[in-house]
Design a protein around this ligand. Sequence first.
Ligand code: C2E
Ligand code: MG
Ligand code: MG
Length: 563
Amino acid sequence: MMDTEKYLIALENFICKLQQLPDSDPEQVPEDMAVLCRALRVGKAESVIYENEGTAQQGTFATACFYDGGNSSADDCVSRRVNAADGKTAFYNMYPIKGESEWTQEERNRIDALTAVLSVLNGKSKIVRSIRYMTSHDMELGVYNIKHFMMTASMLCRSRQIFRYTAVRFNLKRFSVVNEHIGRENGTQVMIRFIGLINDVLKDENELTCRVGGDNFLTLVRTENLESVIKILSGTGVAYGEGRGERVLIKTTVGVYHVKDMGGSILPTDVMDRVSIAFKLAKDSPTTDIVYFNDEIFARIKRSNEISAAFPKALEQREFLVYYQPKVALDGRHIAGAEALCRWMHDGRMVSPGEFIPVLEQGLDICKLDFYMLDAVCRDIRKWLDSGRDVVRISVNMSRRHLTEIDLLERIIEIVDRNNVPHKYIELELTETTTDVEFKDLKNIIAGLRQAGIATAVDDFGIGYSSLNLIKELPWDVLKLDRSLLPAEGDENAAQKGVMFRYIVAMAQEMGLECVSEGAETAEQIRLLSEYKCNISQGFYFDRPLPAEEFEKRLDKSFVYER
Ligand code: C2E
Ligand code: MG
Ligand code: MG
């Protein structure tokens, strides 16, 4: 006979314990389940799940045992059938204890109620578990996802254990080519196996690899295990297919951040940001596949952040000044034009463009600066014209970042016209572009400017992917040859450079372009320019970039540079 009081206490304990579990899984409280079963004179409690209703009873898909006293009888059974949401059918079976008297009707009712409770709880815990799996895993590869990485990192940051770990961000090199060669399915298999190799060297419960997306991954590894991970990432053969010895060599581009205790608090986003910066540097580097985040990188980023933060106010307070570097016509040694170059007077010190332009170019702040510069140049030109000076054409730099602006042309013309400056006094310098999309935008802008009577120049020709073909396609007015093309004293390959220079100038001139040589510093270089028939020089030999008041003197009619 059932002892009702014992049963009620057992039931209460069972429910209390389950409530404390995040997913109320009855399999996780075996002791309480056993007490409850014994109180109900149950010898064994189990669930059997069948693949689907059609094949039910024909093949067992899975069984789960909630309790087995080792003394059950199969002669009787209270059973409950449940159709699960995933199309499977589950049976919750309770067997009596061998040799004991039959269950009373009251016992049967309670046992039946227990099967109902078990089926609901078990179903719920399965759903909770699968949701947990889905929210923490990448469903294609079955590895962790970024959300799980951030949760783990967050927990380690809070407990400050994170300082024992190193974050490694990596990309599988040329994996699209691997996919093309061996097929997408094999490619996926290779990815899973490669991550498996890395995970094999991870030992503690917080070490993990997650997929960031595509063929990009992040590993959090105890620093003492880092070397083993790096060894795999440096290049490992991975087998695929049916085991006939097919293998591919997987190499990676890697950013590493050994999380450093710098006293203050640290956030998982700091870890993510720093490892991503190291990764980006590795990706952009022509010489190395692996970059370790270090103090120097940290200082550079801090400086970048300071510049970005100070920029809006600096622009508002007109801390940016226009300096003018004359372009000199070599035949008459007179001024033939000038380039406007930006200088930043900040906190009593002059910051050079090399420091702040690359930072502003990471976002769209550079566009604000360029429009500010164009406006400032137009104001100066207007002033010079009003005071009766002979004004030369002034070139203003325009970052490639502008190319995505739909109304770029209108904005440029609006600024020039607002200042009442004849278009012939303005030239815009743009660097070459490498992508087709940019090329199209660039073409529209150059053509539009030409129509408006504003001249355009290709800046820094000779570095990067210079192509005369690209120049032929667009109606440029001026070609500015980069300083690196001009032979200098001590150059090993001065003779070849000279040949290149001469022929680029000849070809450009034949295409109707004016040629300006950047960066001539010596009399010998000026002599070479004459020899190469490049008539205009912008370089320190004649003048450095000058403050406006100094530059104005160069506009005097009587001014000529000495021979
Ligand atoms: P850039 O447009 O090619 O400008 C020419 C740079 O070469 C200037 O550097 C100039 O001072 C330098 N230079 C001229 N002659 C010589 C020489 O004989 N020897 C040497 N060693 N250097 C010479 P700066 O003023 O430091 O500007 C650097 C770059 O910053 C510019 O290169 C340009 O790309 C960018 N920049 C400057 N102002 C602006 C601006 O207002 N907007 C944008 N988007 N970029 C700007
Ligand atoms: Mg320039
Ligand atoms: Mg230049």
